[in-house]
Ligand binder design. Structure first.
Ligand code: AMP
Length: 190
């Protein structure tokens, strides 16, 4: 199986690139942000529980995320593997993901990190706010999400570097050029 993590701060283009990679390599795209937003939209008990947390730009609890992920993985069995987008975001989640994959006799193949500087991600998120109207794309919440990324998610870089599973890709430029560099890296794994 080919199991990838697309890594990077909010606004680095993980969503856009994950969709393209999933299609190209026949992977199941698992975006925890999309799953949570759909729960909120459908006003499910889970959606109601996480709404306020997401609106503040904080992280949803690890236990809830692990449960959500287990369900998402179970649903997708016919693909060549997974591309995780926006997950894991904490050490607990990264270790939980390893265990979950081990149980299925597989593991993370590679973590691909989209490198985009802070000014650029803020610019992108503010323009996305206008286009998509995401409630967590206001200036104040963006700043909190970047802080949360820095404190809780960026430490995972070392976790995956130690396993020699971490590569960086320049995340600025046209979508196609960025995709080509990712495609080259992923193709070398197969
Ligand atoms: P995203 O679309 O990936 O930026 O996610 C939007 C929001 O959903 C985040 O700011 C968090 O509040 C929540 N979220 C998504 N994925 C996770 C995760 N792996 N752990 C905790 N919270 C998450």
């Amino acid at each position: 199986m080919l199991n990838l993590i697309l890594f990077g701060p909010p606004g680095s283009g993980k969503g856009t690139q994950s969709i393209k990679i999933a299609e190209c390599f026949n992977l199941a795209h698992i975006s925890t942000g999309d799953i949570l937003r759909s729960e909120i939209k459908n006003q499910t008990p889970l959606g109601l529980k996480v709404k306020a947390v997401i609106e503040k730009g904080e992280l949803v609890s690890d236990n809830l995320l692990m449960e959500l992920l287990e369900n998402a993985i179970e649903k997708e069995k016919s693909k060549n593997g997974f591309i995780f987008d926006g997950f894991p975001r904490t050490n607990f989640q990264a270790m939980g993901l390893d265990t979950m994959l081990e149980k299925r006799n597989t593991s993370i193949s590679l973590v691909i990190s989209l490198e985009v500087d802070r000014d650029e991600v803020v610019k992108r998120l503010l323009s996305r706010a206008k286009l998509e109207g995401r409630v967590d794309d206001t200036e104040e919440v963006i700043s909190n999400r970047l802080q949360v990324y820095h404190n809780q998610t960026a430490p995972l870089i070392d976790f995956y570097k130690k396993q020699k599973k971490f590569v960086e890709v320049k995340g600025i430029g046209s979508t196609e050029v960025i995709f080509d560099s990712i495609k080259e890296i992923v193709s070398a794994l197969i």
